[in-house]
Design a protein around this ligand. Sequence first.
Ligand code: FES
Length: 220
Amino acid sequence: MERFCLTKRDVFRVNEDTWIVSFEETIDFLPGQFLMVETPKLVRKPFALGYWGGHLAISVQIKGVGTSWIVHESKRLKAHGPLGNGFVKPGKGALLISPTCVTMAWAFKKFMDVDVIVGSRTPVLLDLGFETVVGDEAFLEKLREVSRKDYDWYLVAGSRSMEKVCWEELKGKREVYFSLEEYMACGIGACKSCATLTNFGIKHVCTDGPVFRGEDLCWS
Ligand code: FES
């Protein structure tokens, strides 16, 4: 884990509330790993590491002043990472993701054989380079179609409601994984804010994850 500064290169709007931020610098990481970015009030926020247009990039959903500052005002960002465990699997995989994971999906593409489906609640304003469906109904239909195909593994990365819908459809499959998006304050196992209950007791998303098997998670 290193501390470093990232220089913003470009910002692209993905949909109503999500942007891609790319950087001049590059760092080594594995798909699934993330970094913590510092905001002006010293609050740190986690973002999955990825690529856009061949450059290091993160996807940022604007939820408040910190994320708005990252997208609209910052020029250089203080960060530390890469954090969490990387995820690299053989075989053919399917990624079911929200727009907040588009840059992460490009990192998966670089290392693995994956088909990527993006499900967005609002219209997408950018060609993401992946199959993209808009609206809950369209996503459900696509999910059923994907579940009928014989992928070696599936990975879901999105909201809690998206995770639940995907688990209902995919839980009979051999290998189904979820990249959890819990609140995180430190990213290094010190604050316990990302604790999540699993079938093996409490786990910390930042150090034990962020990717977990679906059958290990508590769904009730
Ligand atoms: S974010 Fe602090 S322990 Fe996981």
